[in-house]
Ligand binder design. Structure first.
Ligand SMILES: [Mg+2]
Length: 148
C-alpha cells in the first residue's frame, strides 16, 4: 500500500482480500499467535490442575470481569484520544495488561468451547464485508439494517 493510499482515509479497493492490509502505522508483533496463546494457557492451567474449573461459563464470567478491569482504567476520564496521549506510562502499561487478560480469557473460552477462533474471525470479516459494503457505508455509522 502506498503512503498516499494509507493516509487518504479512502476505503480499500480489494475488500475481499484476507491478506495483510494495514491502514495504521501501529503494527503488532508477529508472536504470539492465537494458537501460541491457546497453547500457553493450556499448559499454564494443566500445571496448576485448573482445567477442572475452566468450564465455558466460568471462563466467560472471568472474561467479563477482566473487561470490567479494563473499563475501570478509562472510567471518569471522558473521551480519550487515539494513542492515549493523556495517559501516564504506568496507565498505558496497565491498559496493555488488562487487554492481555481479556485476550487470554477470550482465547481460553474459544478453546474450552472447541471453537477455532482464527477461522471464526475470518468468517466474521467475510460476513461484515457483505453487511457493510464500503461503497454503501463509507463514512456512515448506521447499523447494517439501515442499508438493507
Ligand atoms: Mg486483570
Amino acid at each position: 500500500m502506498t503512503e498516499e493510499r494509507k493516509n487518504s482515509g479512502e476505503p480499500f479497493e480489494n475488500e475481499r482480500s484476507t491478506e495483510k492490509i494495514v491502514s495504521s502505522e501501529n503494527m503488532f508483533s508477529e508472536k504470539p499467535t492465537l494458537e501460541d496463546i491457546r497453547s500457553l494457557q493450556e499448559e499454564f492451567s494443566a500445571e496448576r490442575n485448573w482445567n477442572q474449573y475452566h468450564t465455558p461459563r466460568n471462563i466467560l464470567l472471568a472474561l467479563v470481569g477482566e473487561v470490567g478491569e479494563l473499563s475501570e482504567i478509562f472510567q471518569w476520564k471522558g473521551e480519550v484520544k487515539v494513542g492515549l496521549p493523556e495517559f501516564t506510562e504506568e496507565e498505558k502499561k496497565h491498559v496493555g495488561q488488562e487487554m492481555s487478560d481479556v485476550l487470554i480469557y477470550l482465547v481460553r473460552l474459544a478453546d474450552r468451547c472447541k471453537i477455532d477462533l482464527p477461522a471464526a474471525v475470518l468468517q466474521k470479516f467475510e460476513q461484515n464485508r457483505h453487511k457493510y459494503p464500503a461503497k454503501k457505508v463509507y463514512g456512515k455509522s448506521d447499523k447494517y439494517t439501515a442499508y438493507e
